[in-house]
Design a protein around this ligand. Sequence first.
Ligand code: SAM
Length: 303
Amino acid sequence: MGKSSKDKRDLYYRKAKEQGFRARSAFKLLQLDEQFHFLDNVTRVVDLCAAPGSWSQVLSRRLFEGDTEDNASKRIVAVDLQPMFPIDNVTTIQADITHPKTLNKIMDLFEGEKADFVCSDGAPDVTGLHDLDEYVQQQLILSALQLTTCLLREGGVFVAKIFRGRDIDMLYSQLSYLFERVVCAKPRSSRGTSLESFVVCIGYKPPQNWKPCLDVNMSVEDFFQGCEIGRLSLSDKLPDYKEEPRSIAEFISCGGLDSFDSDATYHDVPADSTALDPVQPPTNPPYKRALELKRKGMFTRTI
Ligand code: SAM
C-alpha cells in the first residue's frame, strides 16, 4: 500500500504527519488526556517504552505549553530498548524497562523526587502465538507497574496499554489494590477492531507498611509480597472454593464524537494533498540490514 492510500485509509496516520508527530499513537494519549486531564499540573513524568517518541512529543508540548517560571523544574524521561532521536525537553534513555538498573537511572534524573505521572505504551515483538504474546505483554505491564510503584508519588497516575484478553480481570483487580480508581479506556484513535485498550489508574495508594524495592533476583510475585496482589503459592492452604465476583473495570470510550473513526476510510482528503513523508524515520529498524543486503544482491535464503 502506498503512502497516499494509507493517508486516506487512516486519517490519524495523516494527521500525525501534518501535526509533526512521529506516530499516530500521539492521538491516543491526547484523547485519553482530554477525558481524564491527567497532564494538568504535572512536573515530573516518565514515558516507558517510548520509541519512536510520539507520546513524549505530546508530553513535551503539554508540559512546556507556555513559557512559565516553573518550566525549569519540569522533567520528562523517556525509556526504550530502541535508540530515539532527541525531542525538546525530553531526556531519553536506551534501556530495558524490565531491568532494575533502569529504575536507578530514572531516579538519578529526578534527583530523588517522585514522578507525578508514568505511562507505558509497551508492546513486545509479536510471535503470532496468541497465548505467548498475551503472556509476554502481561509481563511487560507488570514490569512497568513495578517501576511505577518505585517512582510514583502517592496520588499519582499510571497509564498503560493492555490487550483485553481472557485474563484481563486479574490485572484489573491487582491494580485496584494499588490505585483508588482503575478505568479501562479506549480512545477513538485506537482501532475498534483491535483488542488494544488502556488502563488509566488514578490515585496511587500503596498499602501501608509496603515498600517496593526492585532487585534483579526477585520474582514479580516476591516483589508484590505484602501488598495483596501476588498469587497464592502451592504450599498455601487453599480457601474453600466459592465463586468470586468478577472484577470488572469501568469502561470509557474517549475522544469526542467529532473525532475521526480509526476504522473508516476517508475519501474526502483534498485531491491536491500530496503524500507526506514520515516525521522521523526509524533509527535502527530490524529490516535495515536485510535491505542493505538486498541492495547489494546478497540477500539469499538457504532452504
Ligand atoms: N508510545 C510510542 C510512541 O508514541 O511513539 C510507541 C511505543 S511502541 C508501540 C512500543 C515500544 O515498546 C517499542 O518501541 C519497543 O522497543 C518498546 N519495548 C518493548 N519492550 C521493551 C522493554 N522491555 N524495555 C523498553 N522498551 C520496550
